[in-house]
Write a protein that binds this ligand. Sequence first.
Ligand code: ADP
Ligand code: MG
Length: 255
Amino acid sequence: MSATPVLEIRNLHKAYGALEVIKGVSIAAHKGDVVSLIGSSGSGKSTILRCANLLEDSQQGDILFQGEPVKWRGHGHNRRPADGSQVLRIRTNLSMVFQQFNLWSHLTILQNVMEAPVTVLGRDKHEVEASARRYLDKVGIGDKCDAWPAQLSGGQQQRAAIARALAMEPQALLFDEPTSALDPELEQEVVKVIKDLAAEGRTMMIVTHDMKMAHDVSDHVIFLHEGLIEEEGAPEVLFGQPKSERLRGFLSSTV
Ligand code: ADP
Ligand code: MG
């Protein structure tokens, strides 16, 4: 494990006003790692993902992308990223998939996937279109290129959102409860796509309430409690022999 992690968070602290919600969290995801974050609602899972890709400010600690620390200016509640081009590079390399898909309703599925690579990265439109079609094929909705988001099921929309994230050709994918908005039968088609991505060695951080998926796809699972890591480890150990009383309680409440 001497290689530089794709994404590393060191001693992260984050408060909303006076409310400290992340109280010193360290996480490393090496190339090909799937790291899952589990824990009760409000434990800080989404906040960690949003701080990692700089959608949220944090007050203390380091965030490193491929060994390169985020440059900050100011301190505490005034701390902000100092270098806009670094923010853009990190954000485009840590592509996020949200619970509510967040597709643009006025764009077709193909246009949704093409939008950021063309406008943000300035890539050639024809090349982007060809790769967008490949990514849509890969997630099993290659026949939906010309459909509008509202014409798709939730599972299809989430797979389109995954294709859109892949089209950025990011170094890692961040998933925030990707299956929570879906009915159980649609959930499985998204879980399958995530499993395929894990099997091809993608680096991923996944916030999920789906303990079976976390068990099946993760290399490392982190259980958060009130902004701190309560317990972490390999999935077989964390789920098979949970040590903390809180984790045992949490696991028995989620089946
Ligand atoms: P999780 O994703 O584990 O459910 P979150 O990261 O969303 O938890 O939230 C962690 C804590 O931060 C919660 O107490 C939540 O109420 C609080 N929080 C999240 N977003 C905001 C916000 N924009 N303003 C104030 N408090 C927030
Ligand atoms: Mg959340």
